[in-house]
Design a protein around this ligand. Sequence first.
Ligand SMILES: Nc1nc2c(c(=O)[nH]1)N[C@H]1C(S)=C(S)[C@@H](COP(=O)(O)O)O[C@H]1N2
Ligand SMILES: [Mo]
Length: 421
Amino acid sequence: MIDQFKGMKPSRRAFLRGAAAAGVAVAGTKAAAEGEAQILNKQPWNQALGAGVDESPYGMPSKFEAGVVRKNVPWLTAESISSINFTPIHELDGIITPNGLCFERHHGGAAEIDPAEHRIMINGLVDRELVFTMEDLMRFPRENHVYFLECAANSGMEWRGAQLNGCQFTHGMIHNVMYTGVPLRLLLEEAGVKTEGKWLLAEGADASGMTRSIPMEKALDDCLVAFKMNGEALRAEQGYPVRLVVPGWEGNMWIKWLRRLEVGDQPWHHREETSKYTDLLGDGQARRFTWEMDAKSVITSPSPQKPITHGKGPLVITGLAWSGRGTIPRVDITIDGGINWMQARMDGPSLDKSMHRFYYEIDWDGAPLLLQSRAHDSTGYVQPTKDQLRSVRGLNSIYHNNGIQTWAVNSDGVAENVEIS
Ligand SMILES: Nc1nc2c(c(=O)[nH]1)N[C@H]1C(S)=C(S)[C@@H](COP(=O)(O)O)O[C@H]1N2
Ligand SMILES: [Mo]
């Protein structure tokens, strides 16, 4: 533990209420009488007409938000067709990831599929082998659910120590979207799963032909065959025209460009569930079929890409928390590297297997901060420290790192990815 944080007490005043009652402006805001050119003088946008309604048939973000984009980590990107980019979670708020900012992970590039030509087949241990068109799919009852998708490799580069400087890169292999889709159960019922049908192989129509084995119990529980995200058609990058949604389970199983579902009596042991997406433990054993994503959280601001630029005074600390096992009733925050823990304020919808937003407001005195967040999920599970994870899984792991993240913020407000023990 860093000495200067010993015995430090968090101050959490109701400063906004206090300031308003006392009739004083909150630090940083100006009284109108002081005069501020931007409010007293006319601005260019007051003096000329704006853009007409025909100029952007599909709306795009303001040009001033041009920096809010997916980014990659160059050394992870040997070839862009088999690579990954990251969601700019440090720039987002609330719980929904806008479609254009959802991270992408593909193994053979994003396929471009004409929905009229696309077919989904169900074969194997079923009473009737079936082929569906997209139109057929649309005639089944559909449901809407908000779910997070996290790649099992999210935070994988942080296993052995703090590495990437920004939550976009340490935690951005995640998105949270409202899906519209048909429960997979309804399609399987239509085909009639034979009693020995205990597993399902989901296959993509992209060049990688991605396949994963899914236990029938999960397939019949809450999986969706989804065609809309946040109300509009899936983006090509996310599997247009149709993808599998496997709530709470690692992203690799959410087969995009879904073309085939084969019912079998055992798992297929394909590449993505053997050499990949398994965890090599300290004793050389591989931990396999670790589908559920454990509870995790991260402070998105302040963070290395989102330093404190406004100086002392009111500071909003915020972040995201999620669990593949349920909801997040509670997130704890520390500003002193774990000496004192306070409960964050959960805000917005608390949905099953969805991201949750938390806030913690402080009156920052300009002293360095060691920020951490710790999620508790609805099963009672508490997010572990990275040391606790390493003591169980050793140092060889890459996947399934849900350890507590630390940001060190200095007195200038600059934040850095660090590890403390
Ligand atoms: N057909 C197909 N499905 C796929 C993949 C792929 O390459 N091809 N990548 C998988 C992986 S590893 C992840 S993490 C998620 C990523 O989903 P996204 O691109 O919507 O973020 O899709 C999964 N489904
Ligand atoms: Mo992934």
